[in-house]
Design a binder for this molecule. Structure first.
Ligand SMILES: C[S@@+](CC[C@H](N)C(=O)[O-])C[C@H]1O[C@@H](n2cnc3c(N)ncnc32)[C@H](O)[C@@H]1O
Length: 217
């Protein structure tokens, strides 16, 4: 799996587009910005680190984790070149097991955990809850069943598809409806939830509906 992500992160056009933080992320984070200095943030599945970098510049103490060596090498070099303090690890969601309870004030996992089956996605959310301090925040995206790619490819379990025709389609994509989103977040207090079409690097991807979530432990 990481090999495919390595290929994707070797593409300069993708790097350019995925360097710009998502506007939902920026909006949601504003709610925390008055008092974020020295808070501990985890960017799980950080990719090339657009959100890690943003958080570090806001004063968070940032840990960034991704299975793709190409992505984390890119972020490592950038953090050295631009003097951005980020602690970087290569790892996937199983890395979370090494983290003690109540370790982070903020967990970000943006366009990551739906690249899994439902049970893996549920496990990730349980881990996020466990490692957050009480009152800690979660910034998360999930894929929506209204997404234009829903139903395309091979359905490996209910609402989870592998679609080789898609750029990142070798990875499973799990799609959630509103009832499932509510169920997945039952342990959290949902502060903001919106369903919007995806925008990456200023380009709107019509009908690629995602859930944008800001929640609290
Ligand atoms: C679409 S990119 C998003 C990157 C970043 N979160 C962002 O918003 O710019 C998805 C990232 O999730 C990572 N990823 C995929 N499966 C993962 C897993 N099981 N655990 C952790 N990260 C994973 C990939 O390596 C890839 O960098």
């Amino acid at each position: 799996m990481p090999q495919k992500w390595d290929e994707l992160w070797g593409n300069s056009d993708k790097i350019r587009r995925w360097s710009i933080p998502d506007y939902h992320f920026i909006d949601y984070l504003m709610e925390m910005e008055n008092n974020c200095n020295q808070l501990k943030a985890l960017d799980m599945g950080c990719g090339i680190g657009r959100h890690s970098e943003y958080l570090a510049k806001k004063g968070f103490i940032v840990t960034a984790v991704d299975p793709s060596l190409t992505a984390i090498n890119y972020l490592q070099q950038k953090s050295i070149d631009e003097n951005i303090p980020v602690q970087i690890f290569q790892g996937d969601l199983t890395w979370l097991k090494s983290v003690e309870d109540n370790s982070f004030d903020l967990v970000v996992s943006w366009n990551v955990i739906y690249h899994n089956t439902l049970s893996e996605l549920e496990d990730a959310l349980k881990e996020f809850y466990r490692i957050l301090v009480t009152g800690g925040k979660l910034l998360l995206t999930l894929n929506s069943t209204n997404n234009i790619h829903y139903g395309k490819g091979i359905e490996i379990e209910r609402n989870t598809f592998i679609n080789q025709k898609k750029l990142d389609g070798e990875h499973p994509h799990h799609y959630s409806d509103k009832d499932e989103v509510d169920r997945l977040l039952t342990n959290f207090k949902v502060l903001c939830l919106s369903e919007d079409e995806e925008e990456v690097g200023g380009k709107l991807f019509k009908d690629r509906w995602h859930w944008y979530i800001f929640a609290q432990k």
